[in-house]
Design a protein around this ligand. Structure first.
Ligand code: HEC
Length: 140
């Protein structure tokens, strides 16, 4: 009788652990294709992002206040990128309104840029913000 119980325990243990590996295998199979899709999705190449950002920088009027090398209404793109790199800050987060100004903190100047953020930058897509940031960073 003891022997039978022992065998039964072994068999049921084997059955339980088998069931678990099966479950894990199924889980892996479900997860794997999702990863592949993400890999295959046509990621915008870095060059495409910079080109899109350059277009947006003009179309969205950023260029009327930001020149590459010289301060006009707002700081130059080069100055902005330099300060962002030094502070390890994110241009996209600033454009999303999640981060305070760090380049020119004069209240009047900040208000001018804030009007853009509230006015139309908030309507830009994540990808467009990424593109603007990529373009700005390509000009350091
Ligand atoms: C009407 C003028 C004007 C326009 C248009 C404008 N900016 Fe600005 N921007 C400013 C001024 C002024 C500042 C300085 C205040 C400040 O640093 O926040 C500034 C600052 C910035 C900064 C630095 C923020 C910081 O941390 O200090 C970034 C980045 C920026 N602008 C990006 C953009 C982008 C991208 C666009 C277009 C989508 C744009 N700006 C359009 C006037 C403008």
């Amino acid at each position: 009788m003891k022997k039978i119980l022992f065998v039964f325990t072994i068999v049921s243990l084997a059955f339980v652990s088998c069931g678990e590996t099966k479950k894990e295998e199924v889980k892996k199979e479900v997860e794997a294709p999702a990863k592949e899709v993400a890999k295959e999705a046509p990621a915008e190449s870095a060059d495409d992002m910079v080109a899109l950002g350059e277009k947006l920088f003009t179309d969205k009027t950023c260029v009327s206040c930001h020149q590459l090398d010289a301060k006009i209404v707002g700081p130059s793109v080069k100055d902005i990128v330099k300060i962002y790199e030094e502070n390890n800050a994110s241009l996209v987060e600033f454009l999303k309104g999640n981060q305070e100004a760090i380049v020119d903190t004069d209240a009047g100047q900040v208000a001018i840029m804030q009007a853009n953020l509230d006015g139309f930058v908030k309507d830009l897509k994540e990808e467009e913000l990424q593109a603007l940031a990529a373009y700005m960073k390509s000009n350091k």
